[in-house]
Design a protein around this ligand. Structure first.
Ligand code: GDP
Length: 350
């Protein structure tokens, strides 16, 4: 009867309260990275970036690049657990009249969120009119081939032991690596992984990165991946700033949960960010007191999207952010998160 409902309400309220405490505790002890640790990692990344700039200017002065820069969660206060990775963005310059972009949905692959870059005007501007023609495969600019150019340079012709000893780091290219990654040991205990990320910025501001489609079929090899990272991160932060909300905290908790649980490793920052952004369209209360409620809601939303096999990008709904997961991975993620709904704190143990 009436009193039973009250009791269960009370019990629910108590569970929520304890989840809230658990989340705050976990945030303090496991998610948050000490400022000092972040600063040292950023310093190491910056040192490497400076060396590479000098090297590339000296060795390949005619390679058409804009200035390289560092980016990623380490620079947005969104890195969690340990300060251990950053991206080195390498923007390529393409001649406007020689290259054009084709959205993935207009190609035979039909994959929104990926693009082809086609070489144009070959009859008037023959091969080698553009520096990047050396990376042309079947008439398209191949991200794989671009990565290989940098791989040869970075892994093959830079004397990392010498640079490392000057900087007092141990630096080595990670092999094999799907992208191009440097491992920087800057302390006996601490390692930083720096990913090389060649990128194209199109006239309308669209960013494309040389990060291959995960389910590599040969015909996918020429696809460039559209990056929404800058815009989605900015939107999340802006929403928090408007109302002093807990969206970024919620994201960092979810990221740590996925980093610390092998069964959830396949979920990435972009998927979690977009799931929260979609939730923001329906749910207005992101006050700090609502953290546990929103966190639970995020888990439920993820389960829902996994059941549907589809997570639309909040900034471009035709893009399915689950399109690179296999059916089995979708099932496993869904199952793990579904089980976690009754005991969410279970995923927040270390
Ligand atoms: P975290 O690595 O989980 O902390 O998440 P980040 O927010 O730092 O995202 C890094 C990942 O996003 C890497 O796998 C990148 O390859 C990918 N990524 C996609 N677009 C971008 C971009 O514009 N900048 C950076 N830094 N990474 C991007």
């Amino acid at each position: 009867g009436g009193s039973g409902a009250t009791q269960s309400d009370l019990q629910k309220a108590r569970m929520r309260l304890s989840l809230q405490e658990h989340l705050l505790d976990f945030y303090q002890n496991n998610v948050n990275i000490p400022t000092e640790e972040q600063a040292v990692a950023r310093r190491a990344a910056l040192d490497i970036c400076a060396e590479l700039r000098v090297f590339l200017h000296a060795k390949l002065p005619d390679m058409p690049l804009r200035e390289m820069y560092l980016s990623g969660s380490l620079y947005d206060e969104l890195q969690v657990v340990t300060a251990d990775h950053a991206q080195l963005m390498v923007p390529l310059i393409l001649e406007k009249n020689l290259w054009s972009s084709i959205p993935g949905e207009d190609t035979i692959m039909n994959v929104p969120g990926f693009w082809l870059i086609r070489r144009e005007n070959l009859e008037y501007f023959p091969r080698n009119s553009s520096y990047w023609d050396r990376c042309m495969v079947g008439g398209y600019l191949s991200p794989k081939s671009v990565l290989e150019v940098f791989d040869k340079l970075v892994a093959g012709s830079i004397n990392w032991p010498a640079i490392g000893s000057v900087l007092d780091y141990i630096i080595r290219p990670v092999v094999p690596s799907e992208t191009l990654t440097l491992e920087v040991q800057y302390d006996t205990e601490r390692r930083l992984y720096v990913d090389f990320l060649p990128l194209l910025v199109m006239e309308d501001g669209t960013s494309l990165i040389a990060k291959p489609h995960r389910l590599v079929a040969e015909r996918h090899e020429n696809l460039w991946r559209q990056s929404f990272r800058v815009a989605e991160t900015a939107r999340l932060r802006a929403l928090d700033q408007e109302d002093g909300g807990c969206r970024c905290a919620c994201l960092k908790l979810a990221k740590a949960m996925c980093k610390l649980n092998p069964a959830l490793n396949r979920l990435n920052a972009s998927q979690l960010t977009n799931c929260i952004l979609l939730l923001c369209e329906k749910e207005g209360d992101w006050t700090q007191d609502a953290l546990a409620d929103r966190f639970l809601q995020l888990l439920r939303a993820l389960v829902g999207h996994l059941e549907a096999g589809r997570l639309p990008c909040a900034l471009s709904p035709k893009v399915n952010l689950f399109c690179e997961l296999t059916e089995q991975e979708v099932d496993e993620l869904g199952y793990t998160l579904y089980c976690a709904l009754s005991d969410p704190a279970g995923l927040l143990r270390t």
